[in-house]
Design a protein around this ligand. Structure first.
Ligand code: BUP
Length: 463
């Protein structure tokens, strides 16, 4: 019955931080009895993306996979060396190819959901097909407040350099966003990312709605600010539908990390990862290693030396060096490949998470109620770290700055890990993080705020 089963097409952009929440959303829509089509691009930038795509379609044979053939990547228009940005630029330039593709789908589509980095090219597509179009914003609602303000005078002030680092932005959100938290790329008026986001910020009001992977209890004020016109007049409704639940299809072979965790006491292990896109420099990696050893805690640590997983060549011992390898023996597990992060965070042996506070990682920590030590590396991560800190989910050491700014010494890292894991404040942190976890489960549970919101949205497509 077509009427009861709306057909929704999803278009993620490049990178695991975008693909993962899109596929989790696809899975939720399937569970809510929607028909789903996912647009995919070959080749994907990273190996992790292509693996996840193939696992997803094996798990959900009822979902239609639609191949989206792109115009070739063109470094001269993308003006970037970041392979993920090159791919996003190619998607944007190829968007016009989508109308004929999408119009062939049967049954006809009821809605189109596209990534936050594809807003302006996709709006004319949904309009030409008379389809309601939705932006899926894969970062925090707080970050969305900044994004939605990039087409206002706030952005002009950012670009003209008229703010001091100690100022706060004139965005009506509590607490106000410090200028020092703005993604560094936004500060450069010539950056392609800045230009694109400004254009998308202007156009996003033409979307029928904005979906965000967050939940009311976590980001009440930002969601209110967005929905009540405090950030910008004319914004479409913002739907908090998170935390999108980690799914079975994401899990590869249950490898060594999980076996190893089974032998560790409850809450004793620190999990360390800076996400799928942050390559750390050798010097910082070694300091982190010394910090972990010095903390006295057991750990699982994901080391990345290249932005794209396909480029990782060096062996672990070349990166860490002989001495550190020796010290680590018996204390922790270091890997240089993809791990099932959500499974790890959900394991009872894991007690804390040293993280770049990428939004997906933060939401996974929230979902599992695991306390965090946030160390923002770039992009939206300081703004996310503010959310983590405010909610009680974790700590953030502001003096560490952006990951690439200073090399933080191992001793300091070790001290802060201890602070997260064992000090008096950590028992408060543990309680607060567990509380966030309970609220997260409630939000996506039966009749929870996010579950209800998603159902209402689907109902709109039926009307
Ligand atoms: Br690395 C790594 N295993 O080994 P974020 C990451 N992840 O499951 P990012 C693994 O990738 P953006 C690994 O659980 C999360 O779902 C992790 O997304 C998973 O950060 C995702 O946290 C990473 O948003 O993306 O990768 O920096 O730049 O888009 O924020």
């Amino acid at each position: 019955d077509l009427h009861l089963h709306p057909h929704v097409a999803l278009l993620p952009s490049a990178g695991m931080g975008h693909l993962t929440p899109f596929l989790r959303l696809a899975a939720s829509l399937v569970h809510q009895k929607c028909r789903v089509t996912v647009l995919t691009i070959h080749p994907s930038v990273s190996h992790a993306e292509s693996q996840l795509i193939s696992r997803f379609f094996s798990a959900f044979p009822q979902v239609t996979q639609m191949h989206f053939p792109l115009l070739p990547v063109d470094p001269s228009t993308a003006k970037s060396e970041d392979p993920f940005w090159l791919q996003r630029d190619a998607i944007r330039r190829s968007a016009y190819l989508l109308s004929p593709l999408l119009s062939t789908l049967s049954p006809p589509l009821s809605a189109l959901i596209y990534d936050e980095f594809l807003v302006s090219p996709l709006i004319p597509i949904s309009t030409s097909l008379s389809l309601p179009g939705y932006t899926f914003f894969t970062s925090s609602a707080r970050m969305c407040c900044l994004f939605a303000s990039l087409s206002t005078s706030v952005a002009d002030k950012i670009n003209s350099g008229s703010y001091r680092l100690s100022d706060h932005l004139e965005i009506q959100v509590t607490p106000p966003i410090p200028v020092s938290s703005i993604p560094p790329l936004f500060m450069n008026p010539n950056s392609i990312l800045g230009t694109i986001l400004k254009e998308d910020s202007r156009e996003v009001i033409k979307s029928n709605g904005i979906l965000i992977n967050t939940f009311e209890m976590l980001e009440q004020d930002s969601l209110d600010a967005l929905n009540k016109g405090r950030v910008r007049k004319g914004l479409p409704p913002v739907y908090a539908i998170g935390p999108l639940e980690p799914c079975e299809f994401e899990i590869g072979e249950r490898g060594l990390p999980l076996k190893w965790l089974n032998d560790q006491p409850a809450g004793s292990v620190v999990y360390v990862s800076f996400g799928s896109r942050t390559a750390s420099i050798m010097e910082q990696i070694r300091e982190i290693g010394h910090g972990l050893v010095g903390s006295g805690y057991r750990f699982i640590w994901v080391v990345k030396t290249k932005e794209v997983d396909r480029d990782e060549e060096e062996e672990l011992h070349e990166v860490l060096g002989h001495e550190l390898m020796q010290k680590i023996q018996g204390k922790g597990l270091v890997v240089k490949h993809w791990v099932d992060q959500s499974e790890i965070l959900g394991h009872k042996a894991v007690g804390g998470f040293l993280s770049h506070s990428g939004w997906n990682s933060s939401m996974e920590a929230a979902y599992h109620g695991v306390r965090m030590l946030a160390w923002p590396q770039h992009g939206d991560q300081k703004i996310n770290a503010e959310v983590v800190e405010m909610s009680g989910l974790g700590l953030w050491v502001r003096s560490w700055g952006w990951g690439h700014e200073v090399v933080v010494k191992g001793e300091e890292i070790g001290e802060r890990i201890k602070e997260m894991m064992e000090s008096e404040s950590s028992s408060l942190l543990r309680v607060e993080a567990a509380h966030v976890g309970e609220e997260a489960r409630k939000a996506v549970g039966v009749c929870g705020s996010s579950e209800t919101t998603l159902k209402e949205l689907i109902q709109e497509w039926n009307d």
